[in-house]
Design a protein around this ligand. Structure first.
Ligand code: FES
Ligand SMILES: [Fe+2]
Length: 372
């Protein structure tokens, strides 16, 4: 299922795209302010009234499970003067109370239900106008996604056919065992490009991913999204060596017990799978040259979380190292990007095409759309 495309692979973005605050501002406005973000796991919101603080790009959010069991999201700013209504995870019986001046909002609908000193100080305030601003929520694989817009494109349309191309994995049947925040000095796009770069598997990961058969690496773009699979060398029937045998995922078919996958939801939700884990690691910009990776590890309950995190970090830390090195060189006056591998770096060209289409059109294309 290699992607075949007659256009040459090319690196389409200029160096400013990785360094310039104005470029990041364009990305925030055209892309991150209007796309789906991975913001939580269902595991973090098990009880009615449980909530977490999260972020969809630069939009701070409250993600809350209502008394009816439905998970919703609201922008996490008080409609009075902007205080964050919640600042950590927690659980409420019915309302979310702003700590600054005590305005209270319904946890099920965000409605403003209490204004202290209302009669004397806020006599004319129409409370129905000042509820929390709603955001959109989508759930897949035990993961909670949110979109800053209340009238977002449907989450299923965003996913497109992507969920049908990840083999036998059903991440919703697993449990989130660990979450790790990793900061690095690189532009967020370098980390995405690294993730979809097939060529570096042979070299940067020559120790950590040595057991996998890179010539048989299969990958495919689904619009801006991306899926891949590669088997263990020699077709050994063994736990994929990347996680050194803690607790295999029970529901996997043979293909997925003897191989690994790397996937992406455009623009920044990266995922990887082995016989023992499903990890997500969304990468988000902090500044043009600094990013944060939100690593979540899903596995069978009772699996060795520390071992699984160490396995994931074994290759992620190599990727971070490479991205930081490249970022540092982008300012060098004599540097320019050279030729890309015809097939093994083609997903980088496709990623750039999609990003440029968003920045030029000001909207995110549907999953199936392939820009010219
Ligand atoms: S800012 Fe929230 S009550 Fe004043
Ligand atoms: Fe890598």
């Amino acid at each position: 299922m290699d992607l075949r495309n007659d256009s040459p692979t090319r690196f389409l973005l200029p160096a400013e795209a990785y360094r310039d605050p104005a470029w990041l501002e364009r990305e925030q406005r055209a892309l991150f302010d209007h796309t789906w973000h991975l913001v939580a796991a269902v595991d973090e919101l098990t009880e009615p009234g449980s909530y977490v603080e999260a972020a969809a790009g630069r939009s701070p959010l409250i993600v809350v499970r209502g008394s009816d069991g439905v998970i919703r999201a609201f922008h996490n700013f008080c409609r009075h003067r902007g205080m964050a209504v919640v600042c950590a995870a927690g659980r409420t019986s019915s309302t979310l109370r702003c700590p600054y001046h005590g305005w209270e909002y319904g946890a099920d609908d965000g409605a403003l239900v209490r204004v202290p000193q209302r009669a004397g100080q806020f006599a004319d305030v129409e409370t129905e106008r000042w509820g929390l601003v709603p955001a959109s929520v989508g759930i897949w694989g035990g993961l909670v996604f949110a979109h800053p817009d209340d009238d977002a494109e449907p989450f299923d349309a965003f996913l497109g056919e992507w969920p049908q191309h990840i083999g036998s994995f059903r991440p919703e049947r697993l449990t989130q065992l660990a979450r790790v925040r990793i900061e690095g000095s690189f532009n967020w796009k370098l980390f995405v490009e690294n993730h979809i770069d097939v060529l570096h598997l042979w070299y940067l990961h020559d120790r950590t991913l040595a057991d996998f058969d890179h010539p048989r690496f299969q990958h495919r773009n689904l619009g801006g999204h991306w899926v891949s699979y590669e088997p263990l060398k020699g077709g050994e029937v063994a736990e994929a060596a990347i996680t050194r045998g803690t607790t295999p995922i029970a529901h996997l078919a043979e293909r997925d017990r003897t191989g690994i996958g790397a996937h992406m939801l455009f623009p920044n939700v990266l995922m990887a799978s082995s016989s023992e884990f499903w990890i997500s690691y969304a990468v988000s910009p902090l500044t043009p040259d600094r990013s944060v990776i939100d690593l979540r590890v899903r596995a069978e309950p009772g699996a060795d979380a520390a071992e699984l995190v160490a396995a994931a970090r074994s290759f992620i830390d190599e990727d971070v190292f490479a991205c930081e090195q490249v970022q540092a060189v982008l300012a060098a006056p004599r540097f320019e990007v050279g030729p890309l591998a015809a097939e093994h770096e083609r997903p980088i060209t496709t990623f750039h095409q999609h990003l440029l289409a968003v920045l030029e059109a000001g909207t995110v294309p549907e999953a199936g759309a392939v820009p010219a």
